[in-house]
Design a protein around this ligand. Structure first.
Ligand code: AMP
Ligand code: MG
Length: 397
């Protein structure tokens, strides 16, 4: 049995980085950038008014009320190009360039306009309501770096600098295979002794979430020859294969045998982990193979710890690890002697600012109903327990 850290290191050594491709910005969410995003202009590109009002010289407004001459107008997309002088004002709209000579904007609510005359009712000060050129970012600076995952919140910044396509790492192609003679597709009514294949679709959405391109292959029965041929075919067109089921020591657990007989190199087959001890990691020719336990919670936990890392590393992500933190356990959490426990938990906050982790009702690694509302895993290192109220390490799902 090897530690979780060792297992992750082994995976890291085997993953080969994928080449990059250009894709439309709107399709790039969750993909990993393969280029730095660089500002091609200052932002804002000119001193910009934050208000509808009047561009003025602040020194003219010290003794209010004061009357100024309106000599022009600066609208968004149509600035006023001459130089404004003392005693003058320019009507200005939100987003419009502040004319030369002006050093402040007074908002419309604090003014009265009649004809060419403008009365300023309250003083303003230099810089007021002006967003200075380049104050958000300077031309040539990187806004987002290669290796970062593109989020919805980044899209506006990328668009503003003309990245209508972006260079990202190609998505790893992943074949997902559910195994087990008891497994039926999810649109079927299971007969006696059968269960629906909830793993494959779960892994499919998880793979997509981390930027991979998965396909779900038909379920395979616990027949070694079927399993071998399915794995061999899948390996030809996939960067990775994720199997579930058949990795324990039962009479019909054939995954490891199938892999060995196909000539795969098996890197590990037992991890000091609960749930997820029998997780297998292997390589068949150039394809990485993950054999995850069939129990849905074990499959989810081992996906997050191992497959997710591999997917992100293949895309050259700078932060492939699960984000970590600390939270206060709401109840005592028992560890085990031999294995690190990763217990599904729901996070919440208290009014005094503490983060609380409440273990999900958890009746074992098959309890996907309990897992359904988990958003983190509480880590209980082997040989330790966590008392109620004690801070514990968590990893975010
Ligand atoms: P195994 O890892 O094959 O020993 O399976 C462990 C448990 O997980 C058994 O109760 C299986 O019925 C269940 N299981 C295996 N594969 C799946 C699947 N694709 N979806 C849901 N449950 C599964
Ligand atoms: Mg099975």
């Amino acid at each position: 049995m090897i530690s979780v850290t060792k297992a992750i290191n082994i995976i890291g050594q085997q993953v080969k980085p994928l080449p990059s491709e250009a894709i439309p910005l709107g399709d790039s969410i969750r993909r990993i950038l393969a280029e730095d995003i660089v500002a091609d202009t200052d932002l804002p590109p000119f001193d910009r008014s934050q208000m509808d009002g009047y561009a003025v010289v602040a020194a003219d407004t010290v003794d209010c009320p004061v009357d100024l001459n309106i000599v022009g107008e600066s609208a968004a997309g149509r600035g006023w190009r001459k130089k404004m002088r003392r005693g003058e004002a320019i009507r200005i709209m939100t987003g419009a360039p502040v004319p030369k000579g002006a050093d402040a904007v007074q908002k419309i609510e604090l003014t009265r306009e009649s004809g060419e005359a403008l009365r300023i009712l309250e003083p303003t000060e230099p810089g007021r309501f002006i967003v200075k050129r380049g104050s958000e970012i300077k031309k040539g600076k990187a806004v987002v770096n290669a290796g970062e995952q593109i989020s919805e919140n980044m899209v506006a910044a990328l668009a503003a600098f003309g990245y209508f396509t972006v260079k990202v790492a190609r998505s790893p192609k992943i074949a997902i295979i559910g195994t087990g003679s008891e497994i039926v597709e999810i649109d079927k009514k299971p007969s006696r002794d059968q269960i629906r294949n909830s793993n494959s679709i779960m892994l499919d959405v998880l793979c997509r979430k981390w930027g991979a391109a998965p396909v779900i292959l038909p379920n395979v029965r616990d027949e070694i020859s079927d399993l071998k041929s399915r794995i061999a075919i899948a390996a030809r067109s996939s960067d990775m294969i994720v199997l579930t089921g058949g990795v324990s020591v039962g009479k019909y657990d054939h995954t490891k045998t199938a892999l060995s007989e196909l000539g795969a190199e098996i890197f590990f087959e037992k991890v000091r982990l609960k749930p997820g001890k029998p997780a297998v990691f292997a390589r068949l020719a150039d394809t990485l193979v993950f054999g995850l336990p069939g129990n849905p919670v074990s499959a989810a936990v081992t996906f997050h710890l191992f497959v997710r890392q591999a997917i992100l590393l293949a895309q050259r992500a700078v932060k492939p690890d699960m984000p970590q933190g600390f939270a206060v356990a709401s109840v005592p959490v028992k560890g085990t002697k031999e294995r690190d426990v990763y217990l599904p938990a729901k996070l919440s906050t208290t009014a005094d600012g503490r983060l609380i982790a409440e273990p999900r009702r958890f009746s074992g690694s098959s309890d996907f109903v309990g897992f359904a509302r988990a958003d983190a895993l509480i880590v209980v290192p082997r040989g330790t327990n966590i008392a109620a109220g004690e801070a514990a390490k968590i990893v975010y799902l």
